[in-house]
Design a protein around this ligand. Structure first.
Ligand SMILES: [Zn+2]
Length: 217
């Protein structure tokens, strides 16, 4: 897509969706936002939560980073975008849910799996960032999996690790403990459109059933 394509998309949006929802946008500006759900998703251009979950403006507070990673709480971390977004969502917006969503064919997960996340020429940041998920890789490698299933399970393990790391922030941990916040893990299949959800009881991801009218692909 070119910048011209982007701007014609903007004009189309102004003519259609913005026009249809202009009262909503006006109210959102006047009242401010009060989303109940925070999403942590991958930067990947194929997995926009607002598209997948068909949400309206103001409904989801979305943080996207490489491989939907939550770094563990650390007093030495500076300029921490993920921590800042979490603080704002939890301490200011008082969200009730935090969803970590992984996805199929995640480039970050694949790089970590193959070990080339530290070898991208001239890259200064991505290796250190993906090293956050080394524990997830170690856990996946201990599973008796055929090679073709490793990437999917790497993606699952990253979601599990991010959910664990959320609890290292004390103001999240205490809200999970007393029920003010619920944590959720998800995984989106891209090509087949399948969504699966982490079940904390079984520790596995379960397919979210559609209403039966969905096209099976
Ligand atoms: Zn990704």
């Amino acid at each position: 897509m070119s910048i011209e394509g982007l701007l014609s998309g903007y004009r189309r949006f102004r003519r259609t969706r913005f026009l249809a929802a202009h009262k909503l946008f006006r109210d959102l500006e006047a009242r401010g936002q009060s989303p109940q759900i925070m999403f942590i998703a991958c930067c990947d251009s194929r997995v926009d939560p607002a598209t997948i979950f068909d949400t309206s403006p103001g409904e989801v507070f979305v943080l996207r980073n490489v491989a939907n990673l939550v770094p563990p709480n650390s007093p030495i971390a500076r300029h921490q975008a993920t921590g800042a977004a979490l603080e704002f969502a939890v301490l200011h917006l008082n969200v009730s849910h935090i969803v970590v969503m992984g996805h199929a064919h995640c480039g970050g997960a694949a790089a970590l799996l193959e070990g080339y996340h530290n070898q991208i020429p001239n890259a200064e940041f991505i290796g250190t960032w993906m090293n956050i998920a080394m524990t997830a890789r170690d856990r996946m490698m201990r599973l008796p999996l055929p090679p073709q299933e490793r990437l999917l399970h790497m993606e699952y393990q990253i979601v599990r690790l991010s959910l664990e790391n959320l609890l290292t922030y004390p103001w999240i941990g205490e809200r999970v403990e007393d029920g003010r916040i619920a944590l959720h893990g998800m995984h989106f299949g891209i090509a087949d459109g399948h969504l699966s959800m982490f079940d904390p009881v079984t520790g596995q991801f379960q397919t979210v059933l559609t209403d039966g009218t969905a096209v099976d692909v």
